[in-house]
Design a protein around this ligand. Structure first.
Ligand code: ZN
Length: 167
């Protein structure tokens, strides 16, 4: 009887431990995901201007009376997504590209630059080609193209590598 009680108790404790561990792991995983959801430049932006509720809206308060809509990183999954708004890495790439063209009445704006050679793992090779409209915060497309393969979506590693280029 006593042994049965101890065995049952140990099973209950063991199950509880597994549950706590799963919960803890879940929390840790969520935190990690939040962290991985933004490029470094967007993470810095969120640290500098955390979202605040002002007049019932969530905004970044740059200064008093000067607010910014929440920025959305273009690299939430590690590769470019068109669901973005003022991603700080994309804004920088648009600034530092070599070639750009703008036609507000039809094609919009495009920017291009060759990717510097790198031995680092995960850096794509070819040209970065981006499109957007006027000076708006959303970048509609960002691909890497080269002569011998199909275009690929720009990845975060390549974007962060090239945003540091000198111009
Ligand atoms: Zn970003």
């Amino acid at each position: 009887m006593k042994i049965m009680f101890i065995v049952t108790l140990s099973i209950v404790i063991a199950k509880q431990n597994v549950r706590t561990r799963c919960l803890r792991e879940g929390i840790r995983r969520t935190k990690r995901r939040e962290f991985a959801m933004k490029c470094k430049a967007c993470q810095e932006w969120y640290k500098k201007y955390p979202l605040k509720k002002i007049d019932k809206e969530m905004v970044h308060e740059i200064e008093k009376e000067f607010h910014y809509s929440p920025i959305r990183c273009a690299f939430e999954n590690g590769v470019f997504s068109k669901e973005n708004w003022n991603c700080q890495t994309m804004s920088k790439l648009r600034e530092v590209c070599d070639y750009s063209a703008r036609d507000d009445m039809s094609a919009g704006s495009m920017g291009a630059m060759p990717i510097d050679e790198s031995e680092k793992e995960g850096i794509q090779q070819g040209f970065i080609i981006m499109t957007w409209y006027k000076d708006r915060g959303a970048t509609g497309a960002a691909y890497v193209m080269e002569d011998e393969s199909e275009p690929e979506l720009l990845n975060l590693k390549t974007a962060e590598f090239m945003m540091k280029r000198e111009i």
